[in-house]
Design a protein around this ligand. Structure first.
Ligand SMILES: *Cc1c(COP(=O)(O)O)cnc(C)c1O
Length: 306
């Protein structure tokens, strides 16, 4: 790995595996563990480092000076990228979906303070950017630039996510993860033994496209994974009272923080499916806490996050 990334990696903690103690789980005979990737780093959000690590290593190996990517006004991906850019000296540019808000979100403020150049673009231009997948794909590409597709969704991301799987040292039956682009899920499927099932939970509405995207990312055919599309709560970053009060109760009982965009929806779904006898007694589930807690800041002031 590039020395600049080795230095950064030294600021990471080891990931913790925490058993959830909950009478409800005992009642159904289910053991639920959380892999706390949210605790990996004080600033960089859980799975974002996993996904960025080898892509940025590639960028540095190519002597890239500028890394360009895209995301929303609360993007955990751009937030992590801006921070890493600041530490490693890589210049960063972020295409942000939608008009520039009157006051920047806490996420955008951090990104700007870390030196990321923010370029606000229309939703239709944003959609167009989604089609560029390879690092040299961006129209007007110049030497020294490196393009990262939305959410860091590229094959190199799988390698970093695989490291998460290899850190799990206890036997288990099912791994669960929230899905945005499905890249983290693909990395888990790629690295996990075939007898373990992987369940993804889509954070977006109409996310059927994820099945194809994950197939595209995987280097070989695997049939031990599924994506549940039922717990989107109306769409990306949409919530309701039921979800928010579930998160609140969970946090009070376990002292483990969740956010409502990804991990909160996954945990809600898991609890609901356990109650509906979706799992067999005696099964051990490991859910990945992918982090994302920075995006929770300023949540209350925002009427329309999408
Ligand atoms: C980005 C993100 C995800 C989704 O990851 P994908 O690889 O895009 O599926 C899940 N959880 C959190 C907290 C995230 O920030």
């Amino acid at each position: 790995m590039h020395p600049k990334l080795i230095g950064l990696e030294e600021t990471f903690s080891e990931s913790v595996l925490a058993k959830i103690n909950d009478a409800m789980l005992d009642q159904y005979g289910i053991e639920l563990w959380l892999k706390r990737d949210d605790l990996l780093h004080p600033v960089i959000s859980g799975n974002k480092w996993r996904k960025l690590k080898y892509s940025l290593n590639h960028a540095l190996a190519l002597d890239a000076e500028t890394v360009i990517s895209m995301g929303g006004a609360y993007s955990n991906h751009l937030h992590a990228l801006a921070y890493i850019g600041n530490i490693t000296g890589l210049k960063t540019i972020g295409f942000i979906r939608g008009e520039q808000p009157e006051t920047l979100t806490p996420t955008l403020t951090d990104m700007q303070n870390w030196g990321m150049e923010l370029r606000f673009i229309s939703r239709s231009d944003y959609r167009i950017l989604r089609q560029y997948k390879d690092w040299f794909d961006l129209p007007g590409f110049k030497r020294g630039q490196y393009w990262l597709p939305e959410g860091g969704a590229q094959t190199l991301a799988l390698k970093g996510v695989g490291e998460l799987v290899r850190e799990i040292e206890i036997p288990y039956d099912i791994a669960c993860v929230s899905c945005g682009t499905g890249t983290t899920l693909a990395g888990i499927v790629d690295a996990i033994p075939a007898h373990i099932s992987v369940m993804g939970f889509a954070a977006l509405k109409n996310a059927g496209f994820l099945l194809n995207d994950v197939h595209q990312l995987l280097s070989r055919h695997c049939n031990n994974w599924r994506i549940n599309l039922d717990y989107h709560f109306g769409g990306f970053a949409k919530t309701n009272i039921e979800l928010l009060s579930f998160i609140n109760d969970f946090e009070l009982r376990t002292l483990i923080p969740l956010e409502p965009v990804y991990t909160g929806k996954m945990m809600y779904a898991l609890y609901d499916l356990i109650r509906k006898h979706h799992f067999r007694r005696g099964q051990r589930i490991i859910a990945i806490h992918t982090g994302g807690l920075q995006g929770k800041r300023g949540w209350k002031d925002c009427q329309n996050r999408n």
